[in-house]
Write a protein that binds this ligand. Structure first.
Ligand code: CTP
Ligand code: ZN
Length: 157
């Protein structure tokens, strides 16, 4: 029996973020700060068949080559993701995402009395990675711990 599939063409150059957990593609774009208004031709595939994951999402961004630091943030949302850098239709680099040891700016501390939440202080948030699996981060200012599941609600962009 022929399997049904949604075909999206290969890209000539850019980045393919593959093996994103099903339903998380939009959050991946959000964490990368890609809104659509930058003008990159972008394909978002959601809930497509995957041998490894059952269902998965894929994001293809033409002409944008994501650097290492940038893509590691994807691990906050999609630890299973693979980053494929494409040139002349060929994959020239394939890497897994890995959470950085320290994450600045991107996450709002959930503690309302944390100094990083004060409008009078010009401080950016800073979280230290205390555990990768499960993901646990700790605010470097007030010590508040946050778990992976809480992250989505705390993302700043
Ligand atoms: N891809 C693309 N344009 C290209 C080359 C690849 O859009 N010019 C996409 C493929 O459609 C696929 C992803 O990039 O979604 C990874 O391609 P490839 O490594 O060929 O696939 P797999 O071997 O299945 O990847 P993996 O081993 O990571 O599962
Ligand atoms: Zn804090």
């Amino acid at each position: 029996m022929r399997e049904e599939r949604l075909t999206v063409s290969k890209i000539r150059s850019g980045t393919v973020i593959d093996h994103i957990p099903a339903g998380k593609a939009l959050q991946v774009l959000k964490i990368l700060g890609i809104t659509g208004s930058e003008g990159y031709r972008t394909a978002v595939l959601m809930n497509v068949e995957s041998r490894k994951l059952g269902r998965k999402d894929i994001v293809k961004i033409e002409h944008k080559k994501l650097g290492g630091d940038e893509t590691n943030l994807v691990a906050l949302i999609a630890p299973t993701a693979t980053i494929n850098i494409v040139e002349d239709y060929e994959i020239v680099e394939k890497r897994r995402v890995r959470l950085p040891e320290r994450i600045r700016r991107l996450i709002r501390c959930p503690n309302p009395t944390c100094i990083t939440r004060s409008s009078r202080e010009d401080l950016v948030s800073s979280f230290k990675l205390v555990s990768r699996d499960p993901v646990v981060l700790q605010c470097e200012y007030c010590g508040t711990m946050i778990r992976g599941e809480e992250l989505e609600a705390l993302l700043i962009r």
